[in-house]
Design a protein around this ligand. Sequence first.
Ligand code: SF4
Ligand code: SF4
Length: 229
Amino acid sequence: MMKSKENMVTVYIMGDAYNVPESSTIITAMEYSGFQLTTGVGCREGFCGACATIYREKGDYKLKGGLACQTVVTDGMTLAQIPFMPAEKPIYDLKELKPDINTIKELFPTIFRCVSCNTCTKACPQDIDVMDYIQALKKGNIAEAADISFDCIRCGLCALRCPAEIVQYNAATLARRLYGSYLAKKSPEVDESIEDIKAGKYDKELEELTKMDRKTLSEKYYARETKLR
Ligand code: SF4
Ligand code: SF4
């Protein structure tokens, strides 16, 4: 059904004007305008971090960043496609690393260039204190960096804005890997669950889930129990 004019806004995509429903997210606005998105789009629910994008709003000189699936368009918004930013990604074998500051220094020397401008924290759509986890890493506090960065979805918006060209999210991933492998208290419940999985305890349920339609699956997901054992 066509929307009434009052409910439409104008956005500019690669320089051309398009009228789109005012409640559209950047992704749905682009699709409404006829673009078929084959990359830079993933879960559409704000979890996967694939759709990081930048935009400019009418009358505002600032370039803003956000997840295209979560950011609602505004009248006069300008959108452009950006390639994913090149990210420093050292290759390492976790089994050969030690959970200490020397590992951080060797694999991510760039974090010591941090000028504490806090731009990364302001850019993060997950409201993570990005600068704080970088500071924790500089001090070799891997557990703290892992904890602060826990909700990172690796969208890359922090790295995109960093004047020191630090790739914060890859450093944070290393912190969480080191923490999980060497520092976290062992959990008997996890070992128990792994044994249950190996014994096929969840095979039938998994098979049922893979055959479910999207609506039923979504209802089941949101009605799930999340309490810890
Ligand atoms: S820390 Fe960086 S990569 Fe992670 S969610 Fe925040 S902006 Fe995205
Ligand atoms: S944007 Fe870069 S330089 Fe600024 S606080 Fe974050 S990591 Fe440090």
